[in-house]
Ligand binder design. Structure first.
Ligand code: HT7
Ligand code: ZN
Length: 874
């Protein structure tokens, strides 16, 4: 496959001002008539340039130019390109194509899901619909007429406003949609199906009434309320915080079962994976409720950060994704607990994005090259991209950041722009120089900050030295130091926050500062101190970096209890637990566990005056995935074993406290998704999970009762998971069966049922995984099902996946090869765990590499999987 380089970017030679589409939808295929109003781009220079349109898997039926049908000699049809050697300055091009949505298993372009037609055009799916310059810097006004059988497909949707509708012969009908905003074709969408409509309205800040509509299959009609409420909250928030008002008269959301990702921000017609939009108390967990709110907001926020101002090319993907993730995380913070939201974001970043940044697919948030763009919808583009925007926010402060975003939207409305345009708007609005900061967009890899300190008791000066180093990544060595905002505080022995005097005698010094690191080594001196303080470093995780500092366990225990920064309290607890677990890896089963950890956790479990939402997070031991990420040469089963030993030790020591914590947090009253109730459910389910790890009979009784009596899915699945992960085999089989019988008609719940088993070291050994793949509810064509079994096994059941005999790796390789033919995007994502092979101890890494080689040698490998596998083996 060909590599595409950012440095080769050229403006499009032809622009398409208007697109007129007519879709004839049938059971055996679809005919697409397109009429494009094309003109030469004045910026493209002089001279003859052929017209080249992209296409993929299309049957071309006819081509016409200015009303004249062209014969085959007048154009070249290369399959992936339709080329006309010579065209006028302005012309109308008509193209008719035939496609087979019912056989489209890649889920790109136009396809069928549960009997409905739907589309996914980002990044390069529009070329699967018709021949077109499929690049985001070609922006056009779309008019779309959809025709289909009226009874089977009563709902016909596309972008914009419906301007015409009527009946046709043979029981067919049509609806015409017009989108007044020019847009790139990746934002085009169409839906046709037998769907129920849920309506609401939103009055914008300028007093316009927006028609809000959700379309779902009839069986899901009671699962829309949460998404609709989330949408209204998002619309209000974007007005209040960013001054962004919605622009069309209608905003539509559609739920589809078969979808490669979470959702898609098509203009005025957002399409969602059912699992990311449908929720009810009985079927969705707290986590799902929160995820849905965040994703609905994310897609809505794209209306400005992505649609009104879009990307010039796909190298700029983080322009819209990083900024929009930053916006949705601000929104979620405002809707719930900011500290908890920050902990969740950082845990994901440190576990998965840092691993990506240290692996063979590492790339800057603005990559310089790619083979298959679908492989670049990564945690780096999204999550690190959001962290980079967050650092700009920290450096500028909220007011100047808002000035910058206003300028960005005003300056570039209706344009396709670059990440540099974004940074320039921030610079121009704030007067700050961000030239060194731009390196965050160009250099891959997670910076490492080595921090050391000394205290000069005589002078009363505390000296902090911070050295930054950015590791080599594929194709990048000898990196330049980056501009890093580093928030910190200093604590005194009486738990007080000390003033941070950068000069001797400084008056009214703050107790928290954001230091700006720019050089390779920076030294900061804090004056007027009577004692050596305990440093609270990188508060709020003010930059996506690894901090190395020789914390003692005493210091961590102190910070865990007394740091006024809630995030750093959690962080200190996590560092302590990591240190204890790491020290036990590979030791005899009876090696002692540091009793100070028990004391600290006892305090968390039993002191109900603490912030319970934070405590719920602090009680989660570091995940196996994170422990593996931190290891130099990982032995996953040994890490699993050490973690489990610590957990069991804590559970035994805190047994009575856990029972008390459980009982204290069993609440009466109606189910609500509030931070307080979420924390209570999390605490009692953690207590249950721990009690069942030590075969506690009372814990078992509580779990069985909770499973039977729960009035919500969080508690039901919490009890199910605790029992599935326990040694109570008969209970496990029974609750799994009861759960399935009750929810077998609900695909989103069945997906949870699959993943609880696949992620479990008890219920998810390979023979059982094979049984799940044979289960009546499993469907290879549905990405959610594949993720819930194969993805959960390889991503969460780490001791089984890293079985020393290599069987887990072989299993994954088999499934990747199987999926590669039907859905290469999903296949390429599933490979990820194997790409980390260099991080594991030799006995594992050799087998992982062999599995990758087997995938590499498969005949007819897709471009998607080819890129991931070849880069991993290079
Ligand atoms: N912008 C959307 C990306 C997306 C996507 C990309 C590749 C293949 C399928 C896809 N479905 C959606 C989602 C978002 O970030 O909002
Ligand atoms: Zn997005």
């Amino acid at each position: 496959p060909q590599t595409i380089y950012l440095s080769d970017y050229k403006v499009p030679p032809y622009l398409v001002d208007h697109v007129d589409l007519r879709f004839e939808l049938f059971e055996n295929g679809a005919r697409v008539h397109s009429a494009l109003v094309v003109r030469r781009n004045p910026e493209a220079g002089a001279g003859d340039i052929p017209l080249e349109l992209d296409g993929d898997s299309l049957v071309l039926e006819s081509v016409g130019l200015d009303g004249v049908t062209l014969n085959e000699a007048a154009y070249e049809n290369r399959g992936d390109k339709l080329i006309i050697a010579s065209v006028p300055e302005r012309f109308e091009l008509t193209v008719v194509t035939w496609l087979e949505p019912q056989n489209n298993t890649r889920l790109e372009g136009l396809y069928k899901s549960s009997g409905m037609f739907c589309t996914q055009c980002e990044a390069e799916g529009f070329r699967c619909i018709t021949y077109f310059p499929d690049r985001p810097d070609v922006m056009s006004r779309f008019r779309t007429r959809v025709e289909a059988d009226k009874q089977a497909y009563p709902v016909l949707l596309s972008n914009g406003n419906d301007v015409d509708r009527g009946d046709l012969d043979d029981g067919r009908h049509f609806v015409t949609w017009e989108d007044p905003f020019p847009k790139p074709c990746y934002l085009f969408a169409l839906v046709a199906g037998d769907l129920v409509e849920k309506r609401d309205t939103f009055t914008t800040c300028s007093g316009r009434d927006i028609d809000l509509r959700m379309y779902v299959e009839p069986r899901n009609s009671e699962k829309c309320e949460h998404a609709m409420d989330s949408l209204k909250r998002s619309m209000r928030w974007d007005e209040e915080v960013y001054g962004r008002e919605y622009d069309l008269d209608i905003f539509m959301i559609v739920a589809v079962d078969d979808f490669n990702m979470g959702a898609m921000e098509n203009k005025g017609l957002n399409i969602f994976n059912s699992s990311c939009v449908l929720a009810s108390q009985d079927t969705a967990t707290d986590l799902a409720f929160q995820r849905i709110e965040a994703i609905v907001a994310h897609e809505y926020f794209h209306n400005w950060s992505g649609n009104r101002v879009t990307c010039r090319d796909w190298f700029q993907l983080s322009l819209k994704e990083g900024f929009t993730v930053f916006r949705d995380s601000q929104f979620s913070s405002d809707m719930g607990s900011p500290t908890v939201k920050r902990i969740e974001d950082v845990a994901l970043l440190r576990t998965a994005q840092f691993a990506e940044d240290g692996g063979p697919m590492a790339h800057p948030i603005r990559p310089a090259s790619y083979m298959e763009i679908s492989n670049f919808y990564t945690l780096t583009i999204y999550e690190k991209g959001a962290e980079v925007v967050r650092m700009i926010h920290t450096l500028l402060g909220p007011e100047l950041f808002r000035k910058g975003s206003d300028l960005y939207f005003e300056r570039h409305d209706g344009q396709a722009v670059t990440t540099d345009d974004f940074v320039k708007a921030m610079e121009d609005a704030s007067g700050r120089d961000l030239s060194q900061f731009r390196l965050w967009y160009e250099q891959a890899g997670t910076p490492v900050l080595n921090v050391s300190d000394e205290f000069d008791a005589e002078q009363g000066v505390y000296r902090l030295t911070i050295k930054q180093a950015i590791p080599d990544t594929p194709g990048q060595t000898d990196k330049k130091p980056q501009h890093i905002p580093f928030a910190l505080g200093l604590l005194g022995g009486k738990r007080e926050s000390l003033p941070l005097r950068l000069q001797a005698g400084e008056q009214d010094a703050p107790t928290e500062r954001v230091l700006e690191l720019t050089g390779e080594t920076e030294v900061f001196e804090f004056h007027g101190l009577d004692e050596c303080p305990v440093p609270s470093l990188l508060r709020q995780f003010s930059a996506p970096v690894r901090v190395r500092y020789p914390w003692t366990r005493e210091q961590l225990l102190f910070l865990m209890s007394h740091d006024p920064d809630g995030f750093n309290r959690w962080d200190a607890g996590e560092r302590l637990a990591v240190d204890v677990i790491q020290s036990l890896v590979g030791t005899p089963k009876d090696a002692p566990v540091d009793s100070r950890l028990v004391t600290a956790y006892r305090h968390l479990v039993s002191d109900s005056s603490l912030d319970q939402a934070l405590v719920a997070k602090m009680l989660q031991l570091p995940s196996e995935a994170y422990l593996i990420e931190l290891a130099e040469s990982a032995d996953a089963p040994a890490i699993h074993d050490a973690r489990e030993r610590v957990l069991k030790h804590l559970a035994i020591a805190l047994r009575d406290d856990l029972i008390a914590c459980y009982r204290r947090n069993v609440e009466a009253g109606a189910y609500q998704v509030t931070p307080d109730q979420i924390a209570r459910r999390s605490l009692r389910n953690t207590a249950l999970a721990w009690l069942l790890q030590i075969n506690d009979e009372e814990g078992r009784e509580l779990a069985l009762r909770q499973f039977r009596e729960a009035d919500n899915m969080t508690d039901r699945i919490g009890a199910l998971r605790a029992l599935v992960n326990s040694d109570y085999e008969a209970d496990r089989a029974q609750v799994l069966e009861q759960f399935y019988e009750r929810f077998k008609d609900d695909p989103q719940v069945v997906e949870q049922w699959f993943s609880v088993q696949a992620a479990s070291d008890r219920a998810g050994q390979l023979p059982q995984i094979h049984q799940l793949l044979e289960h009546e509810a499993f469907d290879w064509k549905n990405p959610n099902k594949v993720r819930s079994v194969v993805g959960a096994f390889a991503g969460q059941n780490l001791a089984a996946f890293h079985s020393p005999d290599g069987s887990g790796y072989d299993f994954l390789a088999d499934q990747v090869c199987r999926l590669d033919d039907s859905n290469p995007q999903i296949a390429a994502r599933l490979v990820t765990p194997l790409t980390r092979w260099r991080r594991f101890a030799p006995a594992y890494s050799q087998r992982m590499k062999a599995a990758l080689e087997r995938i590499r040698d498969k005949a007819g490998l897709s471009r998607d999987v080819y890129e991931v596998v070849h880069k991993s083996l290079a």
